[in-house]
Design a protein around this ligand. Sequence first.
Ligand code: PGA
Length: 261
Amino acid sequence: MHHKKPPFIAGNWKMHMTIPEARALISAVVKASPGLSEAEIVLVPPFTALAEASRLLLDTPVQLGAQNLFYEDKGAFTGEVAGPMLADAGCRYVVIGHSERRQYFGETDALVNKKVFAAFRAGLKPIVCVGETLEEREAGRTISRIESQLRNGLAGITADRFAEVVLAYEPIWAIGTGKTAAASQAEEVHARIREKLAENYGKEAASYAIILYGGSVKPANSYALFREKNIDGFLVGGASLEAESFIQITKEAIKAYKEEQ
Ligand code: PGA
């Protein structure tokens, strides 16, 4: 039986926020955090703000994540950042295979897979993103696309290891476009992902798996999305750049969560 888990809400700031801006946003989220204690909150700033973010988040319930990492642990890889560096900077999570990385930086499932292993070696929990393009959706290939992303991106990961993985379903056509997937549309894919996970890792691991939805999540759709059985939280982009909307998204998810209890 699958039980509703507390909301997991991650704010992916993408390529935004100077250090002073990050400070202001983090302070506002931390200040609100005692009222959001039912949720697990993760902030995902750009690399340049991680060290400062980590300092501000020390002794708070808010966790830190990074947006990317390289798959080697150190070496002559100019411009890249390694898992141990992120752990050292205070990160507990790292986003891997975001659709923007796949689209603009040519990341493949094979690369995602290497990065997942690099995250594990550094003691980081990967937030692995999957999702279909509009073209794939219209051609009826949504599920097959996601299944192959899961199969190849998570290749070689045992059920034990899988327990550390957070998944994020982000339909590419819904990211930054203002077009959210309807709650039922998102749920359909989330349910399928969980079924697939049950086949691969067993029913129990699948029921514990955290499957986030991402793509134009806002205060106005958070409640309806979180009411869906297989949606465990959100990877929020645009609406995570302002404390007020990020906090309100979290509150709406908590409200939906409490109604299920
Ligand atoms: P968005 O981004 O909320 O701005 O659509 C989500 C994401 O890309 O993680």
